[in-house]
Design a protein. Structure first.
Length: 594
C-alpha cells in the first residue's frame, strides 16, 4: 500500500465499508470542535508560509485508518479502525458544501470526496441517508450534532480558503492488515492499535448468529428491532434505523468482515438516563418469556452463558422452523422494548444525592399512565426498590407479562403498584427470599440478615411516611429531616453499618459491639467509610450536610428511637405486618403468629 498520506483531494475512488459489528458514530461536540480548532491553527500557519515549496509540510494528520481488503472490490476496504475520524471529516465536508461562499471562490471539490458510499455504513440506513441525502429523521443524533458543530464553526467567517485547506491538507494514512486475516485476527489487530478497544460483546455476535438465519426480506426489520433495543439499553437519545446484511452474504461472509470500532461507549460517554437492566439480562428475559409462551421450557439467566443459552433454544436443525422461531422471538423482543420504554424507570447515575429516576423513556406520563403525581412517585419508588433489591428477571418477567395488555393503551398507576407489590410478595411466598433470619427479632442480627429485608423495611417506612401513618413509626421530625425522607430514593447499597459503632472513637471498656437488627442499617461502602466510627451526632451532621440519606431505617434510629432493643422490635413488627399474608414459613411458623 502507498505510504503517501491521502487527503480528500487525493483519495480518488477509494471507499470504505463499516462492518455490521461496528458501533455507531460517537464523537462529542467538544471533540469535533477541537479537531476544527486544530485544523484552523494549522491553516493560519500555512497562510504565514505561502512561499514554502513543500505544501505537505502543512498537512494536518487526522490519524491512521486501519483497513482490510475486500474480496469483491480492490478499491473498497473494510474499515477496522478509524470510523470516527473519517466520518467526522465527511461531516465537515458536508457542512462546507451547504454553506454559501463568495461567488467563484475555490473551496475544493468536496462533492468528489462525498461520493455515494465513500463510507458504506453496513445496514445503518438512517445514518447513510443523512450523509448522502440530508435525511435527519432516523439518523444517530451524534452525527447530526457533529454536522451542526462544523456548520457553526465554518460560518464564523465563511472562509473558502480554509475550506480548501482542509480539502487539500486533512491527511490520513491507510494501514492494511495482512491478506487472509481471520475475523479474530482483525479484531486483535484493532485491540493492539487502540488500547481503549475491547473484544466483541457476546450480544453483538448473537445478533448476527440469530438474524442471519431468518429470510433475507425480514432481516432489515429484525436488525432495526435489535439495534433499537441496544440503543435504548445503552441510553442513546435516538434509535438507529437498523442494520441489514448485504444481499447474498452468508454468516461466514458477515463474520469475516465484522470487527469492533473505536471502543468508546456508543453514545460517547455515560448515558443521561440508562435502563435498570443490561442488554444480556434483557435478552434472556425476552427469551424466557418467548419460551414460556411457546412451551419451550425454562432457561438459565447466567449472562456468561448468553450465546450457549440461545443456541440451546434455537439449535441447528430444520432451517424453516428455526427461522420462524427466531422471528417469533424478535417479535417478543420488540414488544418488550416498547413496554420498557413506556412503563418502567430509567436511572441517571450522578452519584450521591444527584441520583434520579425517570418514569418512561419515549412517551409523556399522560400517554402511558394519566395524571396522578403522588401515585407516579409511588410507582417510581416501588420500581426502584425492586431494582436494587431483586435480580431483574425475577420481577421484570411477570411485570412485562402483566403490562403487555396495556401496550396500546394506558395503565393506571395504582393497579400497577399493587401488581409489583404482589410480585415481590410472591417471591416470599415461593421462598425465593431468605426467611430464616426474620422468624424472631433476635434472629435479625449481623451478619445473618439478608440485604433484601433492609430494602423492604425502607420501602414500608417510606409508605408509612407518605401515607402519614405514624403508629409510633415516625415521631415529629425536624423540617430538614422530613425533607430527607420525602426526597428519599433507593440506591444500590452493599455495606451493613452499625449505627452505634462497633469501635467508637471513645469506647467504654468491656462494652461488646451491638450486632442486633435495631442497630443496623444498609448503606453504600463509600458512606460507610466516611461514617467510620463516628457517634450518632456526627452521623446526623454528615447526613444533614450531604442533604440525602441512603437508609430510612437509620433516619428513624437517629431521630426517633435510638434504643436498639426497642427499635429492633418495632422494625421487626413493621416487616411482620408487611408480609402477614404468608401462611407459613420455615417449619410452618407464620409471621402472623409472632
Amino acid at each position: 500500500m502507498n505510504n503517501e498520506p491521502l487527503t480528500p483531494a487525493t483519495i480518488g475512488l477509494t471507499t470504505f465499508r463499516v462492518p455490521l459489528y461496528q458501533r455507531p458514530y460517537a464523537w462529542e461536540d467538544a471533540e469535533v470542535g477541537q479537531l476544527l480548532e486544530d485544523l484552523h491553527e494549522n491553516f493560519e500557519n500555512f497562510k504565514k508560509a505561502e512561499n514554502d515549496q513543500n505544501p505537505k509540510n502543512y498537512h494536518y494528520h487526522i490519524g491512521i485508518l486501519s483497513v482490510a481488503e475486500t474480496s469483491d472490490d480492490k478499491s473498497r476496504f473494510d474499515l477496522i479502525d478509524g470510523q470516527q475520524r473519517i466520518t467526522t471529516l465527511m461531516l465537515i465536508g458536508k457542512a462546507i458544501t451547504k454553506l454559501e461562499y463568495p461567488e467563484k471562490s475555490d473551496r475544493g471539490d468536496w462533492k468528489a470526496f462525498l461520493i455515494r458510499h465513500r463510507l458504506h455504513l453496513y445496514g445503518r440506513t438512517g445514518d447513510q441517508d443523512f450523509l448522502e441525502n440530508d435525511a435527519r429523521g432516523e439518523c444517530n443524533s451524534k452525527m447530526v450534532a457533529a454536522f451542526d458543530v462544523a456548520t457553526a464553526f465554518l460560518k464564523q467567517d465563511s472562509n473558502a480558503d480554509f475550506a480548501k485547506y482542509i480539502y487539500e491538507n486533512a491527511a490520513f494514512f491507510l494501514a492494511e492488515v495482512p491478506t487472509g486475516y481471520s475475523p479474530m485476527e482483525k479484531n486483535q489487530q484493532f485491540v493492539r492499535m487502540n488500547n481503549r478497544g475491547k473484544q466483541l460483546e457476546k450480544y453483538e455476535i448473537l445478533k448476527v448468529q440469530l438474524i442471519s438465519r431468518i429470510p433475507e426480506q425480514t432481516r432489515t426489520n429484525a436488525f432495526a428491532i435489535w439495534n433499537g433495543m441496544a440503543d435504548c439499553l445503552m441510553g442513546l437519545k435516538k434509535t438507529e434505523n437498523g442494520n441489514s446484511t448485504e444481499n447474498g452474504k452468508s454468516l461466514e461472509d458477515i463474520l469475516n468482515s465484522q470487527v469492533t470500532d473505536d471502543a468508546k461507549e456508543s453514545n460517547g460517554g455515560e448515558a443521561l438516563y440508562a435502563p435498570i437492566v443490561s442488554i444480556p439480562e434483557f435478552l434472556l428475559i425476552a427469551l424466557a418469556r418467548y419460551c414460556h409462551e411457546h412451551g419451550k421450557g425454562t432457561i438459565s439467566h447466567n449472562k456468561e452463558k448468553l450465546i450457549e443459552t440461545f443456541q440451546d433454544k434455537f439449535p441447528q436443525g430444520d432451517a424453516s422452523t428455526v427461522a420462524t422461531d427466531i422471528q417469533e422471538f424478535v417479535y417478543v423482543l420488540e414488544k418488550q422494548v416498547q413496554l420498557l420504554e413506556k412503563f418502567f424507570i430509567f436511572i441517571s447515575k450522578g452519584g450521591g444525592k444527584d441520583d434520579r429516576y425517570k418514569l418512561g423513556r419515549t412517551a409523556d406520563d399522560e400517554d402511558s399512565f394519566g395524571d396522578n403525581p403522588d401515585a407516579k412517585k409511588h410507582l417510581i419508588v416501588v420500581q426502584s426498590f425492586l431494582h436494587v433489591s431483586t435480580e431483574p428477571h425475577l420481577w421484570l418477567i411477570p411485570a412485562f407479562d402483566w403490562c403487555l395488555q396495556f401496550i396500546s393503551t394506558k395503565v393506571e398507576f395504582l393497579p400497577f403498584i399493587r401488581k409489583l407489590e404482589e410480585v415481590d410478595d410472591s417471591l416470599i411466598r415461593d421462598k425465593a427470599r431468605e426467611l430464616s433470619s426474620i422468624i424472631k427479632p433476635e434472629d435479625m442480627n449481623y451478619p445473618n440478615i439478608s440485604h433484601y429485608w433492609f430494602y423492604r423495611l425502607d420501602y414500608e417506612l417510606w409508605k408509612r411516611f407518605e401515607e402519614k401513618k405514624t403508629n409510633d413509626t415516625w415521631s415529629e421530625l425536624p423540617v430538614e429531616v422530613k425533607k430527607l425522607v420525602r426526597d428519599f430514593r433507593f440506591r444500590s447499597c452493599g455495606s451493613v453499618e452499625h449505627i452505634i459503632p462497633q469501635n467508637p472513637i471513645t469506647a467504654t471498656p468491656g462494652i461488646q459491639p451491638d450486632h442486633s437488627f435495631g442497630n443496623l442499617a444498609l448503606i453504600s461502602g463509600s458512606r460507610n467509610s466516611k461514617f467510620s466510627n463516628l457517634r450518632m451526632e456526627g452521623k446526623k451532621e454528615m447526613i444533614l450536610s450531604s442533604q440525602y440519606t441512603e437508609s430510612l431505617k437509620m433516619i428513624h434510629f437517629l431521630w426517633c428511637d435510638s434504643d436498639t432493643q426497642n427499635a429492633g422490635i418495632q422494625m421487626h413488627k413493621i416487616i411482620s405486618e408487611a408480609v402477614a399474608f404468608t401462611n407459613s414459613i420455615e417449619q410452618g411458623v407464620g409471621l402472623t403468629a409472632l
